[in-house]
Design a protein. Sequence first.
Length: 350
Amino acid sequence: MKHIAITGGAGFIGSHVVRLFVTRYPQYKIVNLDALTYAGNLENLKDIEHSNNYFFEKVNILDTAALQAVFEKHAITDVIHLAAESHVDRSIVSPLDFVYTNVIGTVNLLNVAKDKWKEDYSQHLFYHVSTDEVYGALGDTGFFTETTSYHPNSPYSASKASSDHFVRAYAETYHLQTVVSNCSNNYGPYHFPEKLIPLFINNIINKKPLPVYGDGLYTRDWLFVKDHATAIDTVFHRGKINDTYNIGGFNEWKNIDLVKLLCKLMDEKLGRQQGESEQLITYVKDRPGHDRRYAIDASKINTELGWKPSVTFEEGLSQTIDWYLQNTEWLQHVTSGAYQHYYESMYEAR
Ligand code: NAD
Ligand code: TYD
C-alpha cells in the first residue's frame, strides 16, 4: 500500500500527475502537498477532488514542522517532488525565491524523508522531477543525454541543477532510494499563461501582441503534459533506483515556427481569416542569458522502460487550444488580479 506525497500537485504538471495516479491507482493514497503560490490552483483538480484516495494539504516545503506532520498524518511511503518555482523570467527578477523553494525546500523535504524512513530505506522512493535546462544550451546539433554534464545558465536552471545534486548526494550519503527525471518543455491544459504557449493562446484570443523574444530562432523540444505524466508513472514504478532518465518527444521547434503554427490553428478554430493572428507577432527585447537550443535524447527511457509519447505535436497542440477555448472561466480566473500586474511589469518595459 503506497501513500504518495506529490508536491506541487496543484501546479501545471503536478495536477496531471495527481489526476493520473488518483484514477489509475485507486489502491494508493495520493496526498497533494502544495503551498498554493500564484502557480498553484485547486481548480486544476476539480474533477477528482472528491475521490476517496485523494487528499490535499496546504504546506510550504520550507516548513519543516508542517512537512513532518503530513508525513506522520498520512504515513507517507513515497514522494514525487514537483513543487518548484518554474518560470525562467521570474528567476531573472527574483533569483532568491528560486533558491529558497527549489534548493532549500528540496533539501528540507529530503531531510524529512530521510528521518521518517530511516528504519528501512528499501521500502521508500524519493522521485525528483527536474528539467533538461540543467544541461545548459546546445548548438545547432546534438542532444542532451543522461551523461551530459550540467551547465545551467539561468537562476532557475541553476536552482534545479543544485536540487538534482542534493538528491544524488542523499542517495550516496544516506542511502535514500531516489530517482531523477529531466524533461523537456511541457505544454497542455492547465498551463499558467506566463509560459510561451498558454500566454500566446491567451493573447491570440484577446487579439493582443505576441511578444517573441530576440530573433525568434531559439529552439525548444516540446512534450504534451499528459505524456510527461505517463513517463513519471513509468519511472516511478519501473525506473532503476538512484538512476536518472531524460524525458522528451524528439520534437524540436524554433519559437517563431511554433508561434506561426499556433496562429494558423487558432485562426482556423476561431473562424478568423488565415494570417490574421500572425499579424500580432511582435519581436521584443531578448531574455538575458537566453539558452539557444534544448533537445532531449529520450532513447534510454524508451529502450529500458518502453515509454514513448502518445500524441504528435499537432494533435497535442490542437487538443490544448481546444481546452483553452472551452475553459474560458479557468483562464479568466488565473488572468485576473495579480496576473495583470505581472504582465505589465514583464512586458511593458520590453
Ligand atoms: P508550476 O509552476 O506550474 O507549479 C509549481 C507548483 O509548486 C505550484 O502548484 C506551486 O503552488 C507549488 N509550489 C511552489 N513553491 C512551493 C513551495 N515552497 N512549497 C510547496 N509548493 C510550492 O510548475 P510546473 O510547470 O508544473 O513544473 C513542475 C515541476 O516540473 C518543477 O519542478 C519543474 O522544474 C519541472 N519541469 C517543468 C517543465 C515545464 O515545461 N513546465 C519541464 C520540465 C520539468
Ligand atoms: P518558456 O515557455 O518561458 O519556457 P523556457 O524558457 O523554460 O524554455 O519559453 C519558451 C521559449 O519561448 C523560450 O525560448 C523563450 C520564448 N518566449 C518568448 O519568445 N516570448 C515569451 O513571452 C515567453 C514567455 C517565452
